[in-house]
Design a protein around this ligand. Structure first.
Ligand code: ZN
Ligand code: ZN
Length: 356
């Protein structure tokens, strides 16, 4: 009994001390953790090949594990990003994919959720990478206005940072972004829009009416390939360009779940929200249709992103995937922030994991 009392007392003393010194302990953990995080170069650690990471797996709808749309593509030592939704630049930083390493951005279309994070991405790349040239943003015509707008909005910020940190750290010439418009590809006429260090980026037209222009991108490197749909209804163009690709990253909206939300909006007297929810399925693709494209194209893996609605209830993933097994029997991943697919160069291997 006495032994037990002593043990309890010692435990209390230890816990009490830990509580009293918690600030000191946390500071030491921070010092150790920060140093190792700063030494981490996840890009250098990757095997040579094509790597696709969801820096934002969501849509305009709030979702705890899915930020605004963003897909990072790493090929060798080159990293580019498709779209920059809200929260995605911070995800890149958190996942150890330094925004300072972003060589270029490719925008699919100008819906707000795909460009919300552009200003922040350009700022983090500039201050993190010390670039002397602005962030190149490739997109169909219309990108000039978007880039000009962000640069104007951030003009005061650029000045503050140069004044505070100095030209050597943040050269004024590297602030913001620069539009790199390319001609909208014709129907079924994919166009190579970028070629750098063995990575080829091909743009193709998708169907997102009334949103024009709207494109998707195919990435080829080291004998591996990945297609990113952007926002689109079920599209034969996506099927055509995904034929034989290793990976298809396709947007997905489950109409039967959006219908549940629409009914809830009606029930709660939210007429405007009900109307918006009724409108959105007609310019997106259902998970079952995305799976049918994956099956017809013969891709090795299907990753769904731009997930609508938010899958906040446990088990909802299963409902979201209704019908996908009617056609496609390969691996299907319901994307979340950090979903990573690895395609080592000149192999047939496809693996996935989650970066946290
Ligand atoms: Zn979108
Ligand atoms: Zn859109």
């Amino acid at each position: 009994m006495r032994w037990l009392a002593s043990a309890v007392m010692v435990t209390f003393v230890l816990l009490g001390s830990a509580w009293m010194w918690r600030g000191e302990i946390a500071t030491r953990v921070l010092a150790h953790g920060a140093a190792s995080a700063m030494q981490t170069d996840r890009i250098a650690d990757l095997p040579d090949g094509l790597h696709v990471v969801l820096c934002g797996a969501g849509s305009p709808l709030p979702d705890r594990v899915r930020s605004g749309p963003c897909v990072a593509v790493i090929a060798g030592s080159t990293m580019v990003v498709v779209d920059a939704g809200a929260g995605s630049p911070r995800n890149l930083q958190r996942m150890g994919l330094a925004p300072g390493r972003v060589a270029a951005v490719f925008v699919t279309h100008f819906h707000s959720d795909h460009i919300d994070g552009l200003g922040e991405l350009a700022m983090l790349r500039w201050t993190g990478g010390g670039w002397a040239t602005p962030l190149p943003v490739h997109a169909p015509p219309g990108i000039d206005d978007v880039v000009d707008g962000f640069n104007l909005a951030y003009r005061a910020d650029f000045g503050y940072r140069v004044a505070h940190h100095g030209e050597d750290v943040v050269p004024a010439s590297g602030a913001g972004s620069v539009a790199q418009p390319f001609d909208l590809p014709g129907p079924y006429a994919p166009t190579v829009v970028w070629h750098h260090s063995g990575l080829t980026v091909t743009a193709f037209r998708v169907a997102h009416d009334p949103v024009e222009p709207a494109v998707g991108y195919r990435f080829d490197y080291g004998g591996r390939s990945a297609v990113i749909s952007g926002d689109t209804t079920r599209s034969e163009e996506v099927l055509a360009i995904a034929r034989g690709a290793d990976l298809l990253v396709h947007e997905a909206l489950a109409p039967h779940l959006v219908a549940v939300l629409e009914r809830a909006a009606h029930t709660s007297g939210q007429a405007r929200l009900a109307k918006i929810l009724a409108d959105i399925p007609d310019y997106h693709t259902s998970p079952a249709d995305a799976a049918a494209i994956a099956a017809d194209a013969g891709v090795r893996m299907l990753v769904l992103y731009h997930i609508v609605p938010a899958l906040q209830v446990p088990g909802l993933d299963a409902a979201f995937l209704r019908g996908v097994r009617d056609t496609y029997d390969g691996p299907i991943i319901v994307g979340r922030d950090g979903t990573r697919v690895t395609l080592p160069a000149n192999s047939a291997s496809v693996t996935h994991s989650t970066l946290r």
